[in-house]
Design a protein around this ligand. Structure first.
Ligand code: NAD
Ligand code: TYD
Length: 341
């Protein structure tokens, strides 16, 4: 099968392509990515030479381009993904996450092909007690979450209206290698390693349900190959953590691994003004996916966190090049293209 993976130069998409090509040598991948600030082709350095992999620089909103590509199925990761940016300017979120998804749905409709839409638990809003199930109300609180919820509703509507073979997965917060250092875990690690203050929004008691990106990747693979059209599955690690606890755990691991002074690292923690509309708690029930398709999260959080810290220590050049902007040169060097094209 020739699979169009969108947003494959981002954090989850790049991990997914690496995983998919190793797990399914029978498939080939066309990675379409606009290379926004979050797209980094250096994430795919080790697999870009494979004959089963092709990169196309392009926008999922570009109808003609999508129509010109050959593929048998779509796995759709491309999105504007950072809540803080959506608060500053929601326009690119609406454009890519809603219009881009609709454009892909139209392309899937013309080809009569399967499309898996990668979504988020943030569409369910914040939950006081209990867990989000696939039947929880869709009540997003940030412009990012609202744009993802809108795209989920479009996918649902296309399935109902046209009987298309469409799937939605809604995953909780991911962590792991190649995550852009604006998100909590890589931000804490990269700040701590440079002795920079670590901003904690509000009281640090907000809860997120964390899952390793490779567990998410496996779940998407299983859903893509085995779920039936119209299915919606939650994906989560049954792993609720308060932000402040994660930050302390990360600093503890860093102190141990680097021999840095624990007190000095903990002194970097700085409570700052809360994020507007900051969701208090996300907690996801993945039991439908577990029961129907036999998936289980496999990476324990303490191990995943320690491995992630080790990865960021060993791959310091990767994130330093992201922070300095040098990573943007890679497209030109490797593919001879220019980013503004
Ligand atoms: P990311 O920001 O790291 O990567 C997004 C990628 O999409 C980038 O490579 C970017 O260049 C590309 N892109 C953006 N706009 C595009 C456009 N118009 N056309 C083509 N490519 C475009 O995001 P991520 O964390 O890897 O998230 C991937 C998907 O998973 C998103 O749909 C996100 O909503 C979803 N998700 C993320 C998490 C998480 O914790 N990160 C959790 C659940 C779901
Ligand atoms: P983030 O990684 O942005 O993911 P999301 O908002 O999609 O859950 O943030 C995770 C949590 O960490 C969230 O509650 C906001 C908080 N946070 C901070 O306290 N400080 C930070 O610098 C960042 C980026 C996030």
């Amino acid at each position: 099968m020739k699979i169009l993976v969108t947003g494959g130069a981002g954090f989850i998409g790049s991990n997914f392509i690496r995983y998919l090509l190793a797990a399914h040598p029978e498939h080939t991948v066309v990675n379409i990515d606009k290379l926004t600030y979050a797209g980094n082709l250096e994430n795919l350095r080790d697999i870009e030479h494979l004959p089963s992999y092709t990169f196309v620089k392009g926008d999922i909103c570009d109808k003609k381009l999508i129509e010109s590509l050959e593929f048998d199925a779509i796995i759709h990761f491309a999105a504007e993904s950072h809540v803080d940016r959506s608060i500053l300017d929601s326009f690119p979120f609406l454009q890519t996450n809603i219009i881009g998804t609709q454009n892909l749905l139209e392309a899937a409709r013309k080809r009569d092909c399967r499309m898996l839409h990668v979504s988020t638990d943030e569409v369910y809003g914040s939950i006081g007690h209990g867990l989000f199930t696939e039947r929880s109300p869709i009540v997003p609180n940030s412009p990012y979450a609202a744009s993802k919820a809108s795209s989920d509703l479009l996918v649902r509507a296309y399935h109902e209206t046209y009987g298309m073979d469409l799937l939605i997965t809604r995953c909780s917060n991911n962590y792991g290698p190649y995550q852009f250092p604006e998100k909590l875990i890589p931000l804490v690690i990269s700040h701590a390693l440079r002795g920079k203050t670590i901003p904690v929004y509000g009281d640090g008691q907000n809860v997120r349900d964390w899952i390793h990106v490779l567990d998410h990747n496996r779940a998407v693979d299983i859903a893509f190959h085995r779920a039936k059209g119209g299915d919606i599955y939650n994906i989560g690690g049954r792993n609720e953590q308060k932000n402040i606890d994660i930050i302390r755990a990360l600093l503890g691991i860093i102190a141990e691994r680097t021999g840095r002074d624990r007190e000095g690292l903990f002194g970097l923690i700085t409570f700052v003004k809360d994020r507007p509309g900051h969701d208090r708690r996300y907690a996801i029930d993945p039991s439908a996916l577990e029961a129907a398709l036999g998936w289980r999260p496999e990476i324990p959080f303490d191990q995943g966190l320690a491995d992630t810290v080790a990865w960021y220590i060993e791959n310091r050049r990767w994130w330093e090049r992201v922070i300095s902007g040098e990573y943007l040169e890679y497209y030109q060097l490797q593919y001879g293209g220019r980013l503004e094209e």
